[in-house]
Design a binder for this molecule. Structure first.
Ligand code: COA
Length: 180
């Protein structure tokens, strides 16, 4: 696999499914790993990755976080399955209140997949006793910040940190939503 693009050469699998197919949000399975990785990398490049130098590697580019979740705690990652194609991913890599990943295949943006994944994540977090959901994103990722704000998230902090995945200093926002 190309570590930078996540491409496996499986172009057919990368095509978003037709818009009218039903969406199922479900736990990730072993056979989903390559498709989930493609979604993460495509959404990174179209979204927050576009705010960083071209040399900045996508956080999941080597697939290690997905492999770890599949091995240790698949319930921490949900996928949006549209007609058998994985087109979105949401996860708490830490298994707690932190939403660490929300990625939708860019050609499927605006079809409600992100909203369905976020709702499913919040319901799962509430079911395991979390009182809130928190997340971090890059300053400048305005479309995603607006998306979260419209879904009840508020800004709690701006901070600068050395990102452990990107290996560079970046400015971030922390948002949170209290669960009912
Ligand atoms: C943020 C993200 C998950 C939203 O996913 P999505 O499937 O497009 O979400 P939905 O279709 O449920 O809602 C999209 C909203 O953005 C709006 N929107 C604005 N520009 C858009 C665009 N170019 N394409 C699609 N939707 C767009 C839609 O109208 C909709 O508005 P609403 O909030 O008033 O309902 C997706 O854009 C993404 O993967 N972004 C890159 C990764 C990222 O930044 N993740 C979050 C931080 S970790």
């Amino acid at each position: 696999m190309d570590r930078r693009t996540g491409s496996t050469g499986d172009a057919a699998a990368a095509k978003p499914a037709a818009a009218n197919l039903p969406v199922t949000v479900r736990e990730i399975r072993a056979g989903d790993a390559a498709a989930a990785l493609r979604v993460c990398i495509a959404a990174w490049e179209k979204g927050p990755g576009g705010l960083l130098p071209a040399s900045a590697r996508a956080p999941m580019a080597d697939g290690a976080p997905i492999a770890a979740i599949l091995r240790d705690a698949p319930e921490r990652m949900l996928v949006a399955d549209v007609g058998g194609h994985v087109l979105g991913v949401v996860a708490s890599e830490s298994g707690d209140e932190q939403l660490t990943d929300l990625w939708v295949e860019p050609r499927a943006w605006g079809r409600g997949l992100g909203s369905q994944l976020l709702t499913a994540f919040e319901q799962a977090a509430a079911a395991r006793g979390c009182k809130r959901v928190t997340l971090e994103t890059l300053i400048g990722n305005d479309r995603a910040v607006a998306f979260f704000r419209r879904r009840g998230y508020r800004l709690v902090e701006r901070f600068t940190t050395r990102d452990r995945d990107l290996h560079m200093m970046i400015e971030k926002l922390r948002l949170e939503k209290r669960l009912a």
